[in-house]
Design a protein around this ligand. Sequence first.
Ligand code: ADP
Length: 574
Amino acid sequence: MEAEISRRLGLFNEIGRVVLSALDQDEIYKVAVDAIRFSMGLKHVALFSIDYQFSDLVLKAQTGDLMSIIPNQLRKNMSAGFLGKAARTACLQTVVVSRDNLSETLVGHPVREIYVPVSIAGQPYAVLYVACDPQANTRPFELSAFETIAGLLGIAIENARVFTEVNQIQRDLGLLLDSSKDLNSSLEVNSIIDRLAYRLMEIIADSRLAVIQCQADEKATLKRYYSKASIENRNYSVMTIRVADHPELAEPSVSRKATVTYHVDSSILPRNVADQLKSTETTPFLVIPLIAKDSLVGFIVVNKFGFRRSFTEKEVSICQALSNLASISLQNGSLFEQINVANEQLQRLSNLKSDLLHIISHDLKSPLTVISGYAEILLDGPDRVAENWGTILQEIISQTRMMARLIEDTLAISKIESGIIELNLEDVDIMYPIENLVAIHQHECAFRKNLPQGLPKVKADKLRLHEILDNLITNAIKYAGEGNEITVSAVPDLKTGWMVVAVKDKGFGIPESEIPNLFKKFYRIKNDASRRISGTGLGLYIVKQMVEAHAGKIWVESKLNEGSTFAFTLPLSQ
Ligand code: ADP
């Protein structure tokens, strides 16, 4: 008896030493089956772990004579057979295989089968399966040896679990630290979200994602990533969705917590997932809300490749921690964007200030000098003025007009630069401003009108349209040579829904190289023909901004010494 006790102690010692030295669960299963079989001289030993999610027992490792009979991928339901009974009841089962119990045993061979539950903290975790000769291991103390070994296995598995958990926590902390550095290294919202998506794909192996970024009016952009490469190459597909159309986003929007859901609309699923899954009802998706400055800026929807693969609590909590980190970066990013917008605004205002200074110091100064000069001559009395009376007054009037134009242009520019061109859009009959301007300018030049009968109306701001046409007609008169003639035309295109309005002159024309600069602020052509004519270089710039505010386009066709045609488009009224 003593010899038996010391033999057994030696045996437990040996098995304990082997299994406790392994720190990875899969390794424990492998070394345990070998150690148990060889030290106890058994026919076959196998270990099954219990998968409570699907109520299955999954073969983890086996060794012995029955390898060809027990398939390596074996999964057995917990409700059936002696194997299931041992898992359910946490009690050792032993049976000699016979014709009567074939459906409940694991093999159909004439062996004794022993099923020993392996428990951790009183809860069955695995089942140790032993096959031996029908006559062997029949005595109670022999069976209790298997229970002792199962106890050792339970401790070894728990140790490995704790070890893996500590390792995992260490890895998670490292990952969070890395991710925090990575997320904080960018201030651009899109790039932060891309980085977050990348990290999530790293944490949740074999996953694919959809990123939903909220926009104004409850709309959102949806990006679907399939792999880390798709984030790097930006070859994901982008579409617009309405958040309210997706009830699966409602709960995480309110709770602001990463939530596992089973009802995801197929339109936000990553590509092919909708086809792969006949129904999404049993497929888990993790919906992670993204928060910045206390408001919801989007969601990330994660799905794992493979059938019905759920998310562990740990995965959910690390995803939550990561999205919390991202929300700080997103907050910084959105502040940065706001600062950028404010900076641009400041830059525009500063440019405006220099423009105004330029106008006041150069353009307003010269007519004032001319006017005050003439006023002094007039002061000298009729002798000095003599017969130049009319010319002097004419010059004063023209300089005053020039100043009035400048002030109008300055006001227009300051509105444009501060981004406030307000349009009062109405259905306008373009005939009226054209007729009116032709009447005003008819004594300065010969006019032709090319206006078809029954012209449709355009959608425009009456006053701005008048300003546009006045500017173009005044230029056509100003930059005219001898024998000038101006043609004003309007041609509707009902197919495209635009009206093309053109002012054509037979004046100096414009050198081709100057055309790209014509619509720039303060740009004037410095050739002999134009130099003598006064102007500010603001007219065409203002005209272009106004046409574009109407969503139209403006362009010029010109030949030197033959004339120019300035044309622009306006939308036809519906
Ligand atoms: P301004 O007439 O005050 O100089 P604009 O912006 O109206 O400013 O025009 C810019 C320049 O374009 C003018 O200086 C002139 O050289 C050229 N230009 C404008 N319209 C015509 C035209 N119809 N024919 C020839 N040159 C023109």
